[in-house]
Design a protein around this ligand. Sequence first.
Ligand SMILES: [Zn+2]
Length: 341
Amino acid sequence: MIIVKLRECKICLNNTLNPTISIGRNGLCRLCELYKNNFDGKLLKKELEFLKTFIGDSKNKKYDVMVGISGGKDSTAILYTVLKIGFTPLAFTFDLGYYPQHIFSRAAQVARKLGIDYVRIDIKKYIQKHDLVSYQKTAELYSKKITPSLKREFLRNYVQGKKYYSIKSKKSHAFVRVCILCRHTVVPSYYREAARRGIKLIVLGINEWTGLSQDKKSNRFIFSGIRKIKLFSDKPPLYIVHLPFLLQRRISDVNEILKTLGWKKPRGERLIETNANSCLLARASESKADKLLGFHPDSTRLSREVTVGFITKQQARKALAKVHNYRYSVRQVLQRAEIIK
Ligand SMILES: [Zn+2]
């Protein structure tokens, strides 16, 4: 019998139970290794200067930026920061039919408190046909009975799903990690909704880089806080900003801002959370995915927050340990959202 020792990255929570993770001789996963050797704070300063050039963007009369909020701590702090920088934001929350209702009222309340206009935007109309099939396939996969062969299928499917991460992928696939599915509609919707309003900037409270690319000349890897996307040739590009990363924010900074605002943590809410806290689809899939994969489906996401130094490894571990036992299945959540029949 061969015993393979489980190895965990020295910095983040990535470990070798996840078949897409490898740990190098120095004890670091590939991303932590890349980050350690390539991260450049000077580049982020330049990006921040670029961001500021959009203040008062003249093409649009009312708003110069759209800020995505859920009313949770990160988005609340970011909305406040965007105002402080000098922008005139329009706050918004996308609705796919499977986010908990309290998110919308909470988000609206945060915006009101800061005197910012807020819209809830239904983006179900933007779901593409091949993604609708993916939703159906995902519901089928999650309806299967737990067996050793399903465990293998989940792992295979997880690895395969990563290849279809890009919003350009037209492949219909059953996604073990449902957040990829969501992303396929959410990112193009940023583009459409911003373009419709003549806005070129979307700011999000996401605590990790928005782009990782390789410079052709120097071969160095570039961790960016701003990513440019252009989906249609007849429309201008859109810039998506992960402001906490751009500002190299720490969770202590967020707590400081929340204190200034007198923000009260909603009952039962934690400061560091997995996606299952703000998405019912993630919640319905969480425990089965965690059990069958052998690792939490959000472990790579929270690990990146550790890699960039936003939270500690212990904080991330604690958040991942809380797995919901949701009473509705993936199929039921999607049926209630009227995405599948
Ligand atoms: Zn790592």
